[in-house]
Write a protein that binds this ligand. Structure first.
Ligand code: NAP
Length: 507
């Protein structure tokens, strides 16, 4: 790999500690960092290099998936870390930074390749990009890259403004927009699975699928993020980015040996084919919810508007369920139901594909008969399960569901940030959000934002510890479907523990 200076804005922040340092450490242990590699951490507070290195070590002890206990390995790893004070708006700090980087590059005889990682609030992105350009930090002979974290804008217009300003300093090829869902190993597998597996390839699309359900349920409430979340809500925080990215990854159709460009081009095509809603249609396609008081895992919790720092009359959404349709040959007529919410009954991110009933099963009188399913478990467990019906050997006329499960587990599975930071260091943009995807996602979501703003969509309260408002169930019931794995604990995909097998053998 090419020599790299990793310039980290926000080096004293939460994301750096919990995700970025552990990711770099695990890449280092796996020998996936460049031979010549240095990190320059930036923040406003004064820290010596030694204190900064000690803080990095401390964060590894707390958050690394692999135990960071070998003092020699740790010492070698943190040796690459330096710290410099920088206030985002102070131009002289960038010149000081340039000097430090040039000095390091000369000492270590490194090519001037610089990756700028902005782990700071989005309000600073444009100022930092402009100062990188103005100070000369971005004009050395090597390459430069910019890594940014969502949110990329607050609505369509602000996203366009942000992109226009970033583009003055970095080209699209140089911008790596992190959507950490794209770093999750199961999501990355979606891309290759349907390409490389003949069974899945044969089943992929509207000829065999009845509907697709994408769920990301959280147990937690607003936590300490009130100031941020109350202006954002589930639609902006989860749906516009993570949920639509899952939809794109699931539905792209790629040629063999596809490149990063193929993936991005196909994702754009999916977004282009997504049937647009107008403001007036939103009410019939979208369910908007906010959690009330309830019980989660045996503990009483307050409702959203009683959370600290949330206004008693807040109309913010903590839940969304939506029905989407993709108007292309592969997916026309397959409804996609997408939902995400806080204070739900259990924590899970999964995709369930329900297949159309073959003729022979549709003829059966067995009321317990369940459709054939494929389930992609993304979080907290990772795995794929197939449920398909076959004849019961004892009762020849009856069908019985059987399961096949593939799971990966243990601390061998890299974390999303490891995958993404590794890719950014390599310059591989496959699993980063291209501007076209971001813009088209905001474009699709904008009528919903407008309809919310004008109160054209009711805000349904739901009890904490449930699966959202009843209207979310009705959204599917209207089409003759239901959400899979709700309120049927015995059906929950927990095959890692073997419980699901027990359920079906008991039947
Ligand atoms: P944080 O804990 O509040 O840290 C913010 C960092 O920015 C600190 O290092 C702070 O350093 C620095 N900073 C603030 N004002 C500055 C200024 N004027 N000049 C220079 N540095 C300044 O925030 P975070 O949770 O790490 O989040 C960072 C970014 O990642 C945000 O955009 C957030 O939306 C995004 N994100 C975070 C998470 C997460 O899990 N935390 C997840 C996804 C996305 P000093 O105080 O030393 O100046």
């Amino acid at each position: 790999m090419e020599a790299t200076t990793f310039v980290l804005f926000g080096a004293t922040g939460d994301l750096a500690k919990r995700k970025i340092y552990p990711a770099l450490y695990n890449l280092y242990v796996d020998q996936k960092l460049p031979q010549s590699f240095s990190v320059i951490g930036l923040g406003r507070r004064e820290l010596s290099d030694e204190t900064f290195q000690a803080n990095v070590e401390q964060s590894l002890r707390m958050f690394s998936r692999r135990e960071a206990k070998d003092p020699v390995v740790l010492k070698n790893f943190v040796r690459a870390f330096r710290y410099s004070v920088l206030d985002v708006g102070r131009k002289e700090d960038y010149l000081k930074l340039l000097k430090l980087i040039e000095q390091q590059e000369a000492e270590l005889r490194m090519e001037p390749n610089r990756l700028f990682y902005l782990s700071v609030g989005p309000e600073f992105f444009e100022t930092i990009a402009a100062n990188i350009q103005e100070s000369g930090l971005g004009s050395a002979n090597g390459w430069k890259r910019l890594v940014i974290e969502k949110p990329f804008g607050h609505d369509l217009q602000s996203a366009r403004d942000l992109n226009r300003n970033l583009s003055k300093a970095f080209t699209e090829e140089e911008i790596f927009r992190i959507d950490h869902y794209l770093g999750k190993p199961m999501v990355q597998k979606l891309e290759v699975l349907q390409q490389s597996h003949p069974v899945l390839q044969a089943l992929w699309g509207n000829h065999s699928m009845a509907n697709v359900q994408i769920t990301a349920n959280e147990i937690v409430g607003v936590e300490e993020r009130a100031g941020y979340y109350d202006h954002v809500g589930a639609l902006r925080d989860m749906f516009q980015n993570h949920m639509l990215q899952l939809l794109m990854m699931l539905t792209i159709q790629l040629p063999n040996n596809s490149t990063s460009e193929n993936v991005r081009f196909n994702k754009k095509q999916v977004m282009d084919s997504l049937e647009a809603l107008n403001k007036e249609d939103v009410r019939s396609h979208v369910v908007r919810g906010q959690y009330g008081a309830g019980t989660i895992q045996g503990k009483s919790v307050v409702g959203y508007t009683s959370e600290p720092n949330i206004a008693a009359n807040s109309q913010n959404d903590t839940f969304i369920a939506a029905k989407l349709q993709i108007a292309n040959d592969a997916w026309r007529d397959v409804p996609f139901y997408i939902r995400t919410g806080k204070r739900m009954k259990d924590k899970s991110t999964r995709i369930v594909i329900e297949f159309k009933e073959p003729f022979v099963q549709a003829q059966s009188n067995d009321e317990d008969l369940t459709p054939n399913l494929i389930v992609f478990e993304i979080n907290p467990n990772e795995g794929i399960s197939l449920q398909f019906n076959t004849r019961d050997p004892q009762q020849q006329r009856e069908f019985r569901p059987i399961h096949i499960d593939f799971h990966e587990r243990g601390d061998n599975v890299p974390e999303a940030y490891e995958n993404l930071i590794g890719d950014a260091l390599h310059g591989d943009s496959t699993f980063f959000a291209h501007w076209d995807e971001v813009e088209l996602s905001w474009q699709w979501v904008q009528p919903i934002l407008d309809a919310y703003e004008e109160n054209l969509v009711p805000l349904h309260r739901y009890e904490a510890g449930t699966y959202g408002p009843a209207e979310s169930d009705e959204l599917l019931a209207k089409d003759g479907f239901h959400w899979w794995f709700d309120d049927k604990p015995e059906q929950t995909i927990e095959s890692i523990k073997g419980e699901r097998y027990a359920y079906y053998t008991n039947r």
